[in-house]
Write a protein that binds this ligand. Sequence first.
Ligand SMILES: Nc1ncnc2c1ncn2[C@@H]1O[C@H](COP(=O)(O)OP(=O)(O)O)[C@@H](O)[C@H]1O
Ligand SMILES: [Mg+2]
Length: 265
Amino acid sequence: MQIEWKTPGGNAPRVCLDMLKQPHLLIAGSTGSGKSVLINTLVYTALYKAPHRIKFILIDPKRVELIDYKPLPHTIMYASEPDEIVTALNLAVSTMELRYKDMQHLHIKKSTESEIYVIVDEFADLMTTQKRDTMPAIIRLAQLGRAANIHLILATQRPTKDIITGQIKVNMDSRVALRCPTAQDSRNIINVKGAETLPRYGYGYYLTPNGCELINIPMTAPEELAARVEWWTSQSPTQTTQHNITAWKQNSPLTRLSWITRLWR
Ligand SMILES: Nc1ncnc2c1ncn2[C@@H]1O[C@H](COP(=O)(O)OP(=O)(O)O)[C@@H](O)[C@H]1O
Ligand SMILES: [Mg+2]
């Protein structure tokens, strides 16, 4: 298979694989700074590196950003409507709790089950319209997800303090600042100024507990991505579990639990 990385050049390291190894990731930058491009590359890298160990829960308040990944057999739930988004986040939390119970039972500290990436493209939308319904789940996933192999990837175009709150910051210590309007925005994301001087797209500052570095963001060619998704979709034995969502909502809590149990093995 051919991979084509289109980048604006330069010598900064490409660290997508490293980003996937972090417990969670926050991506912030202005519109057009390449947040969706980075998410695409992360999805692509995950599909490429560990296709049998990954699953996605996709939360897409803008409805057009993550829709391409809906048919993937890896996608457990794609949510764009407000009530679906709440359901999807609750599903992630219930799965996490179930995994903790298993871990307790087996006396292990780290789950051996698949890696679930909960991807939110346009986190600011959730914060402004559904904060009360979604924030407790997001914070719980950020606090406890790691050991259960549940990882959050949040992207936002509004790097302001009301979106990237203190609570988000303490729980998400890996962050990427793409180009943003002001030095204050840069500080809100990576604690230092600088992201306001980045080129329009293609570069970012990547903050981890080890420090902050300038990185080059590769863009996966859209045709390559589409081909990969199509191939995986054709491998899928059944259509995605999406059609189960309605059933999930109608079921009793107990049936729901057994449903997730079946789903996650
Ligand atoms: N790393 C990159 N390399 C090359 N082009 C890029 C890169 N990031 C962004 N672009 C260009 O900018 C456009 C907008 O990027 P996008 O990811 O949709 O921005 P955002 O999601 O932040 O609004 C892309 O369609 C692409 O043409
Ligand atoms: Mg986008």
